[in-house]
Design a protein around this ligand. Structure first.
Ligand SMILES: NC(=O)c1ccc[n+]([C@@H]2O[C@H](COP(=O)([O-])OP(=O)(O)OC[C@H]3O[C@@H](n4cnc5c(N)ncnc54)[C@H](O)[C@@H]3O)[C@@H](O)[C@H]2O)c1
Length: 263
């Protein structure tokens, strides 16, 4: 339970379901954790839960699309725990569906500002701190929809696809700083956010589970386990890569049938 002993992790979207699971697992593995979210109450709930169990955590308010806010979050995390060694970019905007013709330009701009510029801005301020600490790791949460398109979701799919490539270039830029940069592309993970468009978790699990070879949606803990691997010394020779944590979703063009076959 000490794969992240003496590490300090700043987690954007740390009040959310996947971000919260990552924060809790990292804290259990010995990291001091800053749960940073635009929704401070949600970040507080995660940090308080960790503290109650004896872990080290603070909650921060953060808008990843705002450079001033990002710099303040990095500084506050470094001040609270003496350094920053891990950045996990989890925050993402909820964008309405629409085509180039119908979607307001503001929605496109907002999605890219949060989902793509957000991780870039966070790196701008976190990289000098991580370098100062002697190196560390950055993990970007992308998506299976960065690999596959879905009609009506251009801002989300495009921002996540670009995040995959940003990850590779960041890895090139900061290898000499002893900073590894990787991404995770989750499949359909059962959260409030992902289930809303399908009418709730139960319906979403049924409708989307069978798109995965493993015939079920993923859990937030399964994404957190992958983030732990990439952030820890276990992945010491892993950089510039994307880890699909998708139950085979991207490889599989079909559906699992009720009898366990494929169609
Ligand atoms: N759930 C899935 O099926 C799934 C699949 C693939 C990828 N993902 C990715 O995983 C991540 C987390 O998703 P989730 O399902 O846990 O959603 P979530 O809504 O529970 O978490 C997202 C968090 O980001 C925060 N946030 C939004 N805008 C922000 C901003 N500007 N600055 C800081 N924080 C901000 C929200 O308040 C929220 O707490 C997202 O990047 C999402 O794209 C999710």
């Amino acid at each position: 339970m000490s794969r992240l002993a003496s590490q300090v992790a700043l987690i954007t979207g740390g009040g959310g379901e996947i971000g919260g699971a990552i924060a809790r697992l990292f804290a259990r593995e010995g990291a001091a954790v800053a749960a940073a979210d635009i929704d401070l109450d949600k970040a507080r709930a995660v940090a308080d839960g960790i503290s109650t169990k004896g872990g080290k955590a603070v909650a921060l308010q953060l808008d990843v699309s705002d450079a001033t806010s990002a710099l303040a979050a990095v500084r506050t995390c470094a001040a609270a725990f003496g350094k920053v060694t891990i950045l996990v970019n989890v925050a993402a905007a909820v964008t309405p569906d629409g085509t180039a013709e119908t979607l307001p330009l503001e929605e496109w701009n907002r999605a890219l500002a949060v989902n793509l510029s957000g991780p870039f801005i966070m790196c701008k301020y976190a990289v000098p701190e991580i370098r100062k600490a002697g190196g560390g790791a950055i993990v970007n949460i992308a998506s299976q929809l960065g690999h596959l398109g879905v009609p009506g979701r251009a801002p989300y799919c495009t921002s996540k696809a670009a995040l995959l490539h940003l990850t590779r270039v960041l890895a090139m830029d900061h290898a000499r700083d002893n900073i590894r940069v990787n991404s995770i592309s989750p499949g359909f993970i059962l959260t409030e956010r992902s289930s809303k468009r399908v009418g709730g978790k139960a319906k979403a699990a049924k409708a989307n589970g069978r798109r995965h070879l493993l015939n079920r949606p993923g859990t937030v803990e399964e994404v957190a386990a992958a983030a732990l691997y990439l952030a820890s010394g276990d992945a010491s020779f892993v950089t510039a890569t994307d880890l699909l944590v998708d139950g085979g979703y991207v490889a599989f063009k079909g559906y699992v049938t009720p009898d366990g076959g494929f169609e």
